[in-house]
Design a protein around this ligand. Structure first.
Ligand code: OOG
Ligand code: MG
Length: 241
């Protein structure tokens, strides 16, 4: 069953076709959903992608409210999801993508080596971007892409930095890193704990996305998207076509 559900989600992503929610019908709880997620990520690795880190999800109230799920979740990141800073996101590979501003941590020795402003592109493989907790876990927490700005040592006051999301030069979301579990470092600690609890140790050079500080916004062709995090700087991409 795990492998059949992973196939269904893998096919949804590779054929850019949304599928109905599947957890309830399959009697899938959160723990088995993480098994599906792992099997789904294994399919990407079998196609030659490499793991680059983990992402935390639903670490802010704004995100929990937007998707109607109120538990912290985590997923896997691969190099196939990486978009260079200022680079291009190919919208034709995505179903109904959204962008959200994030903070990224660089891992060394299971600890934080540096921080960077970041953007995440999420793209639920479920129809209507509508899912339960086990659904979104199985779907690798909607992971689709990420952009990293420049790395810097963690500044003073990392727990209360202003966060902006801009689309085509206009501010569309505002928030604070305080929205991320009160301090994004808690999201890093949760990543160590939750991924570690499922046998995934954070490796040197991996990144951890702390989870969005604001709600995500839908992407349109031609959008220029930029995250601005006070003291950390910016991360951006352009949505093509
Ligand atoms: C789930 C992924 C949540 C975040 O930063 O909170 C997430 C979703 O919103 O589809 O990446
Ligand atoms: Mg996110």
């Amino acid at each position: 069953m795990i492998s059949e559900l992973a196939d269904r989600l893998d096919r949804a992503a590779t054929t850019v076709t949304a599928v109905p929610r599947l957890a309830a019908a399959a009697g899938l709880g959160p723990s088995a959903a993480y098994d599906v997620q792992r099997a789904l990520v294994e399919r990407r690795l079998a196609r030659g992608e490499r793991l680059t880190g983990v992402k935390m999800g639903l670490t802010s109230r704004a995100k929990m409210a937007q998707v109607g799920v109120d538990e912290v979740i985590w997923g896997h990141l691969t190099d196939g999801m990486r978009i260079g800073d200022g680079g291009v996101l190919d919208l034709s590979r995505l179903i109904h993508p959204r962008a959200e501003p994030e903070v990224a941590f660089l891992v060394t020795g299971s600890a934080v080596a540096a921080v960077a402003p970041a953007l995440e592109v999420i793209d639920s493989r479920f129809e209507g971007f509508d899912f339960s907790l086990p659904d979104v876990i199985a779907d690798n927490t909607s992971a689709a892409g990420y952009v990293l700005g420049a790395w810097t040592p963690a500044p003073e006051g990392l727990d209360n930095l202003g966060v902006l999301l801009e689309v085509n030069g206009r501010v569309v979301q505002t928030g604070s890193t305080a929205a991320i579990l009160g301090d994004p470092r808690r999201a890093f600690d949760a990543a160590v704990r939750l991924a570690g609890g499922r046998g995934v140790e954070l490796r040197d050079g991996w990144i951890v996305l702390a989870g969005a500080a604001t709600a995500a916004v839908p992407l349109k062709p031609g959008d220029h998207v930029r995250a601005v995090v006070e003291k950390l700087g910016t991360a951006s991409f352009k949505a093509a076509p």
